[in-house]
Design a protein around this ligand. Structure first.
Ligand code: ADP
Ligand code: ZN
Ligand code: ZN
Length: 806
């Protein structure tokens, strides 16, 4: 059952059904009093359950299995390793259209028009949806006067008459490119002459107009970007002309998911890439897994494509995993250029129909699904013949799912999947996780390094700016040191772009009363609210609570509320004042929330409509821009001071990755890091890109304090709205674990934000020794968990077990 219950359930089938049914097929069954679920056939047997009467199944939903034997074996591993129900994995794996249940809500698909394809029953439902906007499966059953309606719904989903609730996403994100044309009245010679006279004192604007007519002679549509480049003018000049009514802007949608049919040959590798490729292949002779440690912009992607090409020749499938956020059109279109329609993309932002389609294509080994490019959940697809898995940016923490179960790590889960298929895995990163690098030292994985940037562009020049001193010498303007401003100005003058990184969104993290020192708190969470200037409101980043910015302090009544610290929004405002003639863009959770938000900003930056892009860590994720010569980090200290044993490793990874966006294509770029603490080890290691030094030092600490990769961690999180209850529960659990594991138990502790959405949170961590049996430990934990829930007072507590917690 697709529910978080560990056991399986037995249902009765007729003899005819038994002859037809197979493991991996779906059946509709009723559960509890009224619920109906889509269950998966797990075993066919002849033993009647002893504790309950087996109900009959409602309906068989598939002609052939849609889940494979290998998949089931993989799911079993996930459920054992990550300590969750098999049903949790089943639910996470299947596109929701495959998991209809009695509460599922269906809507009419507005795009559907051809009523002639509908059967009588289908027409009844279709008609009902013309009168009301939605129907539950129960209501459909009432309309049709029968219980077995899932097949009808399935068929209607296939015909695209209906959609189910979560399909609110667009099929794909259209990419818009900006063009311009001159207004009609200036197209004639006399009109143009008059215009040029009127612009005689605006030299740059004149040049733009003249440049336009030069380009116009080719009779092709003119891209804004092309005019800026050929006439040597900034986007502000074009904007002024648009405002004067000289130019008119328009957009053309360029499709990217729709593949246009022409592919290119793979790029020739340079000699370093060639050697890396040979080393990977040699390593694969002995090992299943190889780590490709290649600095940013060394051309790892091109090396992967060569590996992929060879695997495709053998007729096998390839899985290319990326962290969700990096799944931009950049990488999709890059791979599509080489492999054309052999690629299918799979991630949660895709519509239900597309996900169902990919599922079936993978299952049936269709030519379209030879390469799956996907985020985390694509490791759960029904591969039948995998040859290679690529895990790009393997250090990314977003590979670990936290909520809901299964709390799996896609990288580790992928390696198990590869093993089941006897396939190979290549992990790639410029900043490998300590765990993976450690595994290469242990000879578990092969290691291949790529230490040159493609085209021999040097890694950016890094410099640390001591802002403590800059403050003392009064050389700061707002949050910018004079040095950083000089670098920005220099880059802008050279018509290059700038990325500025600040790990905080909003205007300022905290609003504080300067009279009494109290900061407005979220009523639902134990955290201060963040000020968002744009809407003049306070927001909670944990539960999305929002309220207008108050005029007075709630504690003392004075009107001395002050904004402290700084976030992306404030930087954007400061920059607008400092560089009024340039375009400033912002990329953070707030500006990328909309459907196309993320893509819009990236496209605008790519087409150079934005000169300076300010953003949070979203900026560090594998983007490839060719005109960025400067990356500035506003304050490295907030990263370093995060209370987590991985904070230093993470800081190193994030800073090196952000720095890697600079100077990728032509000349060496610059990176400037502002900090109060320029002698911090990690910052020294970042500026020299000394991964080995970082690795050795961190590893030493992990050994000393007994953390991964030496010890494994299992984290227990307890939540309840009654503080007493959580506290009692966590004390009990701590004692029970300590009785067996002594000082391997850490806690109880409260997380930094100890109440979220009115739920109090307490945590415990169990450290598992290198030679301790994982299996036995998990069995022991399960025993303790069962006893825990047999105490009536603890039953309402939510207990989350997170294996290999990040
Ligand atoms: P990485 O993934 O290691 O950061 P990329 O694969 O994105 O690096 O490569 C960086 C840039 O260099 C990209 O723009 C890519 O197109 C280019 N590049 C890499 N290898 C080659 C090659 N062999 N021939 C031509 N261009 C290449
Ligand atoms: Zn809150
Ligand atoms: Zn006050």
């Amino acid at each position: 059952m697709p529910i978080p219950i560990k056991q399986t359930f037995t249902y009765a089938v007729t003899e005819a059904e038994a002859a037809f049914i197979k493991r991996g097929m779906r059946v509709a069954v009723s559960f509890g009093k009224t619920k109906m679920y889509t269950a998966l056939v797990y075993a066919i047997h002849q033993e009647a359950p002893s504790l309950y009467e087996a109900k009959e199944i409602n309906q068989i939903l598939d002609e052939t299995p849609i889940v494979t034997e290998r998949q089931l074996a993989h799911w079993e591993w996930i459920s054992n390793y990550y300590m969750c129900a098999l049903g949790d994995v089943y639910r996470a794996a299947l596109p929701s259209a495959f998991l209809l249940e009695s509460e599922t809500v269906v809507y009419a698909n507005a795009a559907f028009a051809d009523e002639s394809v509908l059967t009588d029953e289908e027409f009844l439902i279709y008609e009902a949806l013309q009168h009301q906007s939605q129907l539950t499966i129960h209501q459909v059953a009432d309309i049709l006067g029968k219980k077995k309606v899932l097949p009808v719904i399935s068929e209607m989903l296939q015909k695209e008459v209906l959609i189910v609730k979560e399909e609110i996403y667009e099929q794909y994100v259209p990419k818009m490119v900006k063009y311009l044309r001159i207004q009609q009245q200036y197209a004639s010679d006399t009109g143009l002459e008059a215009l040029l006279v009127s612009l005689s004192r605006a030299q740059k604007q004149r040049e733009a107009v003249l440049g336009y007519f030069q380009l116009a002679s080719t009779k092709k549509p003119i891209k804004v970007k092309a005019l800026e480049e050929s006439a040597g003018v900034s986007s502000a000049v074009i904007k002024a002309l648009v405002e004067k009514g000289v130019f008119e802007l328009y957009e053309i949608q360029t499709d990217r998911i729709q593949f246009d049919g022409s592919t290119q040959a793979l790029k020739e590798l340079n000699s370093y890439q060639e050697v890396a490729l040979e080393e990977i292949e040699a390593s694969f002779k002995e090992k299943e897994i190889v780590l490709l440690h290649g600095i940013t912009s060394s051309g790892k992607t091109e090396v992967y494509t060569k590996l992929i090409e060879k695997v495709l020749e053998t007729g096998k499938q390839v899985l290319f995993l990326l962290p969700e956020i990096a799944l931009t059109t950049q990488i999709i279109s890059r791979l599509e250029r080489y492999f054309g329609d052999k690629i299918s993309v799979f991630h949660s932002k895709y519509s239900m129909n597309e996900r169902v389609e990919v599922w079936m294509n993978v299952l049936q080994q269709k030519p379209k699904a030879q390469i799956i490019l996907g985020a985390r959940s694509s490791v759960l697809l029904p591969f039948s013949n995998l040859g290679l898995i690529v895990v790009d940016e393997e250090h990314e923490t977003s590979y670990k799912q936290f909520e809901p179960a299964p709390r799996y790590h896609a990288r580790d889960t992928a390696m198990v999947l590869a093993h089941l298929h006897q396939a190979k895995t290549v992990l790639g990163s410029a900043t490998p996780s300590l765990e993976s690098f450690y595994n290469t030292e242990q000879q578990k994985y092969g290691l291949v390094s790529l230490n040159r940037r493609f085209g021999n562009v040097q890694l950016p020049k890094m410099e640390l700016i001591d802002i403590k001193e800059k403050h003392r010498k009064k050389q700061m303007k707002g949050h910018f040191s004079d040095r950083l401003l000089a670098l920005i100005t220099e880059a802008l003058e050279a018509k290059e772009q700038v990325i500025l990184f600040q790990n905080r969104r909003g205007f300022s993290p905290v609003v504080e009363c300067t009279t009494c020192g109290v900061a407005p708190q979220c009523p639902n969470c134990d955290v201060s609210l963040t000020y968002h200037k744009f809407k003049n409101e306070l927001r909670c980043h944990y539960c999305n609570y929002q309220r207008a910015m108050p005029h007075n302090c709630a504690a003392c009544g004075s009107n001395s509320l002050d904004t402290k610290g700084f976030g992306t929004e404030q930087l954007e405002l400061e920059l607008k004042a400092l560089y009024p003639d340039h375009q400033i863009g912002r990329m953070d959770l707030d500006t990328t929330r909309g459907k196309h938000g993320y893509q819009k900003i990236i496209s605008a930056f790519e087409s150079r409509e934005i000169d300076i892009l300010v953003g949070t860590q979203m900026l560090s994720k594998g983007l490839d821009f060719d005109n960025v010569s400067l990356v500035g980090i506003l304050n490295a200290d907030t990263l370093l001071n995060f209370p987590d044993f991985r904070a230093h490793e993470r800081s190193y990874q994030m800073l090196v990755q952000v720095a890697g966006r600079a100077g990728r294509s032509k000349k060496q770029g610059n990176v400037a890091i502002q900090t109060f603490n320029p002698y911090h080890q990690i910052l020294q290691q970042v500026t020299t890109t000394d991964y080995t030094a970082m690795y050795k030092e961190q590893l030493q600490e992990r050994w000393q304090y007994q953390y991964p990769p030496y010890h494994r961690l299992i984290k227990f999180t307890l939540k309840h709205k009654d503080y007493q209850k959580v506290d009692m529960g966590v004390q009990w659990l701590a004692k029970a674990l300590e009785a067996v594991y002594g000082d391997q138990v850490l806690g109880p502790t409260a997380p930094v934000v100890s109440r979220v959405r009115n739920q109090f949170i307490k945590q415990l961590t169990l450290k598992i020794k290198p030679n301790q049996s994982l299996k036995a430990t998990k069995q022991q934990i399960e025993k303790i968990q069962n006893t825990f829930f047999s105490v009536a007072a603890f039953r309402p507590i939510r207990l989350i077990i997170d294996v290999d917690a990040q």
